[in-house]
Design a protein around this ligand. Structure first.
Ligand code: FAD
Length: 369
């Protein structure tokens, strides 16, 4: 079977790895020559770590990533509302880690043939139940048995194949991310919750902190913000011990994003399937986008190897993973709604029921794939 993967992000590289391990012939195309070079960090809850281990990457992952032993939630004055012992909660799955995006990219590429990735773009796909004709921007055409759209939230594969698909929808938050030296002595995942904004720090190595800051902004005003927006004035009132990290933001490479979600009723059509954000982008409230992308890759490869008939395999892939992605969508919406409650109500909920809410929100994702 000849497989084309469009996009060499987390989903595409994980899909390549999972398919190559099962003996498929895979070609990957990517539009961005510096893909994998930038980005800030990622938190990987236990299910994401389990998926990377299932891809055979346990040793490299534990070398490149940093342990997340607990998640601590503080109010805007620095009072601890909730501390989750992640080792205890995820014990039966895998421990939680944090990692630089560029390190995850390298990890997923480890041992793979670099020539598998070509820097090209598609302009059209014509697919039926026999295969796909793929037309490239350089004028070439090639045939594949299966095309996997792993090209992110603004997927060209989705646009070319799923004409009726909804577009990504803004969820009402903008965010900034950067990595700075850990001058705040923060030793665990810690979030400061303000009324309409939050500031999150996670150690990403022994000496560095990954900072994520977000703020509720209506769609019309989102364009007023960018990676250049000075962050100290926006977040100093809730920063508490994270203030030194905020001060360093002016010297860091800052990434800015308007947060979106994408929900689709179906992830495959004929011989084209979507994985990762192309199929189910969600805001990062559950830190699940990359985790689900890696899970998608494992499940898709497993079904293609085990099931006679590509479309049956695609149907089985969708029915196994969509339930998890839809769950994440619902949990993200619930978390974002809770964050927008009046601070006194939200803080009370976190103090008295936060542990139970946390445990429930990840319960489905702890289950085996
Ligand atoms: C602010 C923020 C914080 C996040 N934090 C976390 C976290 O802590 N934990 C977690 O698990 N997830 C997190 N996520 C989600 C995670 O980043 C994404 O879900 C994940 O990167 C999706 O991977 P992907 O490969 O599907 O898409 P992408 O990472 O977007 O990769 C798509 C790739 O396809 C390429 N491409 C695009 N179009 C084309 C084309 N036409 N032709 C060829 N190539 C193309 C792109 O250049 C890119 O390399 C976060 C997301 C955001 C926005």
């Amino acid at each position: 079977m000849r497989v084309l993967i469009v996009g060499a992000g987390v989903a595409g590289l994980a899909a390549r790895r999972a398919l190559v391990r099962r003996g498929f012939t895979v070609k990957v195309i990517e539009r961005n020559r510096s893909a994998g070079a930038g980005g800030a960090g990622l938190f990987l809850p236990g299910n994401g770590v389990r998926a990377l281990c299932d891809l055979g990457l346990r040793e490299g992952l534990f070398r490149l990533s940093h342990a997340v032993n607990s998640q601590r939630f503080y109010n805007e004055r620095g009072r601890l509302l909730l501390s989750v012992d992640t080792n205890e909660y995820w014990r039966d799955v895998a421990s939680c880690r944090s990692i630089r995006r560029s390190d995850l990219w390298q990890l997923l590429n480890d041992g793979m043939d670099p020539d598998d990735i070509e820097f090209r773009q598609i302009v059209d796909i014509s697919s039926n139940n026999q295969g796909c004709h793929v037309y490239f921007a350089d004028g070439c055409m090639d045939d594949f048995d299966l095309v996997i759209g792993a090209d992110g939230v603004n997927s060209a594969v989705r646009g070319l194949t799923f004409k009726q698909a909804a577009s990504p929808e803004y969820v009402g938050n903008v965010c900034w991310r950067f990595i700075v030296p850990n001058t705040c002595s923060v030793d665990e995942w810690s979030v400061m919750l303000g009324a309409d904004r939050s500031l999150l720090a996670k150690p990403i190595s022994k000496t560095e902190l990954y900072i994520y800051a977000d703020m509720s902004v209506d769609q019309a005003s989102a364009g007023d913000y960018s990676y250049e927006t000075p962050l100290l004035p926006l977040f100093e009132a809730i920063a508490g011990p994270l203030r030194p990290a905020l001060e360093l933001s002016s010297e860091a490479v800052v990434h800015f994003a308007e947060l979106v979600r994408l929900w689709m009723g179906t992830w495959y059509q004929n011989r084209v399937a979507l994985v990762g954000d192309a199929a189910h982008a969600s805001p990062p409230s559950m830190a699940q986008g990359a985790c689900l992308a890696i899970e998608d890759a494992l499940v898709l490869a497993e079904e293609l190897a085990a099931t006679p008939g590509i479309e049956i395999a695609l149907g089985r892939y969708q029915s196994r993973q969509k339930v998890r992605a839809d769950w994440v969508h619902r949990q993200c919406a619930a978390r974002d709604k809770m964050r927008r409650l009046p601070p006194a109500v939200r803080n009370g909920l976190l103090r008295f029921a936060g542990g139970a809410i946390y445990r429930r929100s990840y319960s489905l994702l702890k289950k085996p794939l």
